[in-house]
Design a binder for this molecule. Structure first.
Ligand code: ADP
Length: 397
């Protein structure tokens, strides 16, 4: 079956068409500046990348143009829309309602809309993407795959905040966690590569991208993760602060004469390694600045790696042990020195880095020595493939 995977934002839409039998990407691309002016990129596998600057007034027009590209007689990859058997939509927030991917019935879409309060920037855009596809591809089954679903196995001791319980009961204030599709895919893949049953492994997945989170996966289930009610909690990120003393919000608001909203924007967009360094949120820039003697860039790298290592320690304790630590996403897959620094903290667990094996970017590899008690690995994530697999599983059910 050919599956169209859609990741829809408020003004953008990423897509991939995946052949679920061969698991090959047939084409992929991005619509940007929807509702502003419009820009569509389309890259058929093996063909030339195309860029169109036609207006994209809304998401339905954007999806229509994507479908035109995919079926184009010259540069398309399918003869007609009839070849597309299903659409898999990435949905950010499934609240406590969705613990797994689901067929997008009207009832399910209503529930996703109800979760919008928890993800006001993302869920409404996700629903717009679903509606646009429904309009242009009537009768094609659509499946929602949730960033939060994998973490619904977290026990109350991991997901409850130490706040008055009524806030959880009345408003759903609890830890949800994100990047679930990636944590699920990478932990399963780790077990496959090691030739073991995921049920027999304690795995800590470090998803280190611009957004970053860590997940403790015990026996194939998420038992804890570093992002919380929103993706702001936990690790130091590209531009997000991660966890901090909440009293800082009021203090900064008072000193800088800002509203709570403005402070939150700073925590989301101007903090993290960008905020500490004043250089960049990109680790390549930070490393070259640090190499030239920029002490704030070095401090940003130190804060980032130290906090990742601390979370690995928390989760080793949470699971009463750890067999495998996996690195994934932009930084985890590519940043050799960040991985080496993080692992240098984990000697106490019996984790020994093999520096030569670690000298790779973007490929699956065990990077610990053969006698290391904890196996360290790099596994590139593939959220689109994971969404396509889940979509096919639901459609075939
Ligand atoms: P997201 O999906 O959260 O936007 P990614 O997983 O694509 O982020 O990660 C992007 C980040 O990965 C970049 O900001 C950069 O810091 C880091 N990155 C990408 N390539 C490299 C590299 N070769 N070396 C170090 N860091 C890299």
């Amino acid at each position: 079956m050919k599956v169209l995977v859609i990741n829809c934002g408020s003004s953008s839409l990423k897509y991939q068409l995946i052949d679920s039998e061969t698991e090959q990407v047939l084409a992929k691309g991005l619509c940007e500046r929807i509702g502003i002016d419009g820009r569509l990129t389309y890259s058929p596998t093996g063909g030339e990348k195309k860029v169109f600057e036609d207006p994209l007034p809304d998401h339905t027009v954007a999806v229509g143009k994507v479908l035109d590209c995919l079926t184009h007689p010259e540069y398309g990859v399918v003869a007609s829309l009839a070849e597309i058997g299903a659409v898999g939509h990435r949905i950010v927030h499934g609240g406590e309602k969705f613990a797994a991917a689901t067929l997008l019935t009207e009832e399910a879409i209503t529930e996703i809309e109800k979760c919008s309060e928890l993800a006001p920037l993302h869920n409404p855009a996700n629903v717009i993407g679903i509606r646009a596809c429904q309009k242009l591809m009537p009768g094609v089954p659509m499946v929602g795959v949730f960033d939060t679903a994998f973490h619904q196995t977290m026990p109350p001791k991991a997901f409850l905040y130490s706040l008055p319980y009524e806030y959880y009961e009345k408003y759903g204030v609890r830890r949800y966690g994100f990047h679930g599709t990636s944590h699920s895919y990478v932990s399963k893949r780790a077990a496959e590569i090691l030739g073991k049953d995921v049920k027999d492994l304690k795995i800590i997945v470090c998803h280190l991208g611009n957004g970053a989170s860590i997940c403790a996966v015990d026996g194939g289930k998420s038992v804890d993760t570093s992002m919380g009610f929103t993706p702001l909690e936990g690790l130091t990120m590209g531009t997000r602060s991660g966890g901090l003393d909440p009293a800082i919000l009021e203090f900064i608001a008072g000193k800088e004469n800002l509203s709570l909203d403005q402070v939150l924007t700073i925590l989301n967009k101007k903090s993290g390694v960008q905020g500490i360094s004043g250089v960049s949120s990109d680790f390549r820039d930070l490393e070259s600045a640090a190499a030239e003697g920029n002490t704030r860039a070095q401090a940003a790298l130190d804060v980032f790696t130290y906090r990742v290592a601390k979370f690995v320690g928390y989760y080793a304790a949470a699971m009463n042990g750890v067999d495998v630590v996996v690195f994934t996403a932009g930084i985890g897959e590519n940043d050799i020195s960040v991985r080496a620094t993080i692992l240098s903290y984990l000697g106490f667990l019996g984790c020994k880095l093999d520096p030569e094996a670690n000298n790779i970017r973007g490929e699956e590899r065990i990077i610990s020595t053969p006698d290391s008690k904890v196996i360290a690995m790099v596994i590139p994530t593939n959220e689109e493939l994971a969404i396509a697999r889940e979509t096919v599983a639901i459609v075939n059910k």
